[in-house]
Design a binder for this molecule. Structure first.
Ligand code: CP3
Length: 358
């Protein structure tokens, strides 16, 4: 079991100002705070006119690979919404491209891998990349964000979990059923395990690079962890995930986000991470009961931000009350929807700031 006291400063803290608003980091460490910190998954994104203005000039991958622009859109929600943490603008799929998988983002369709990885031979063809060479643009953006924010709020780095990254790489993009992935998991679990392990190795180097560049916390996104039942999640998804988490332990606080993972709670309690971030389908009070004294993050229904502002305020207050009894970082249960009016997102952030810790 992991003890928050083991956390030492990220290397970046030797080079940059520490966070002035450290509500988020104090909460990650399990320390008491006067109010709950708040940030929003996908806070740098299409619901912001300022983001869309930048995207009119460059495509998505160019935006990720241009550190000045990535830094600019990372900071937009800090200025516009007043969130308590920034999350670096990038994408979980970038390290797969660095491993040699061609990655394209098409308008409206999202990401795709034209040459999916579905066999042991495909796995053998992947590279083990030198991350400074192939993903150095992410580290450069992180250094710029730390310099430009100058300690106003802490900055999160992030990555996908091996299982979720494999889901996109094996399927060739997003999918409803993930049939190729699941077929492989039943047909040749050891072969799929080789892929998960290769992804874990690259992820460790990539996430360490983000910490060296100044990331003050890391979030691991397991968007598709919920596809597996608990027994198979423990057997297939957990070992490579645990490897990543253990390799990063003692650097900066680690957050694990899982979507649709209510049935995985008994397994999540075993994960060596500081913060568990869950979707909106389960009340936080139940999550707390299942996982014990752990900092939680979440979990307003992203669709609630489409509702009228008084309703957003009412639900935010109820969420904060639900989170009592331990550390709580207020967030949505999944990424913000592109249709959300900016004033609604702001009403959510403001409501958190007005509410004392219950
Ligand atoms: O949170 C942030 O503001 C930081 C940036 C960030 C992006 N993607 C930018 C992005 C983060 C943390 C991610 C994580 C990510 N990327 C996940 C895990 C979180 C989740 O939502 O479950 C996943 C599965 C991806 C892969 C991905 N990237 C998909 C499936 C898509 C298409 C769907 C969509 O929302 O458009 C993307 C594109 C993407 N990543 C956009 C942004 C802002 C939209 C691209 C655009 O500008 O057109």
């Amino acid at each position: 079991m992991y003890h928050p006291g083991e956390i030492t400063a990220g290397l970046g803290d030797l080079l940059f100002s520490p966070a002035v608003n450290d509500l988020f980091l104090r909460t990650c460490r399990g320390e008491p705070t006067e109010r709950r910190p708040v940030w929003i998954m996908r806070q740098a994104g299409r619901y912001l006119p300022e983001y869309r203005a930048v995207r009119q000039r460059v495509d998505f991958l160019t935006l990720c690979k241009t550190p000045e622009l990535a830094a600019e859109v990372t900071i937009q929600p800090v200025d516009i919404l007043g969130v308590d943490a920034a999350i670096l603008f990038a994408d979980i799929l970038l390290p797969l491209e660095a491993m040699g998988a061609e990655l394209v983002f098409t308008k409206g369709d999202g990401p795709s891998f034209p040459h999916p990885v579905r066999t042991r031979e495909d796995v053998a063809r992947l590279r083990s990349p030198e991350v400074e060479e192939t993903l150095g643009y992410v580290f450069a953006a992180m250094r710029l964000v730390r310099r430009e924010l100058d300690g106003r709020v802490p900055v999160l780095g992030f990555g996908g979990t091996p299982w979720t990254l494999a889901a996109y790489l094996v399927e060739g993009g997003g999918s409803k059923q993930y049939e190729h992935l699941l077929a492989w998991s039943y047909g040749d679990p050891e072969g799929l395990g080789l892929l998960l392990d290769r992804i874990a190795e690259t992820s460790i180097a990539y996430l360490r690079g983000q910490v060296a560049a100044g990331a003050q916390a890391l979030q691991l996104f397991d968007t598709w962890g919920g596809l597996l039942d608990l027994e198979r999640w423990r057997a297939i998804a957990l070992p490579p995930l645990r490897k990543v988490a253990e390799a990063l332990r003692g650097t900066v606080p680690l957050i694990y986000y899982v979507n649709g993972g209510a049935h995985l709670l008994p397994g999540l309690a075993e994960l060596p991470v500081d913060v568990l971030s869950v979707d909106w389908r389960q009340p936080l009070s139940q999550v707390r009961q299942a996982v014990g004294p752990r900092v939680l993050q979440g979990n307003l229904d992203p669709a609630a931000l489409l509702g009228p502002i008084p309703e957003i305020e009412r639900r935010t207050a109820a969420l904060i009350a639900q989170g009592r009894g331990g550390g709580h970082i207020v967030n949505l249960g999944h990424g913000i929807l592109p249709m959300v009016p900016v004033e609604n997102a702001k009403a959510f952030v403001d409501a958190v700031k007005r509410t004392p810790v219950p």
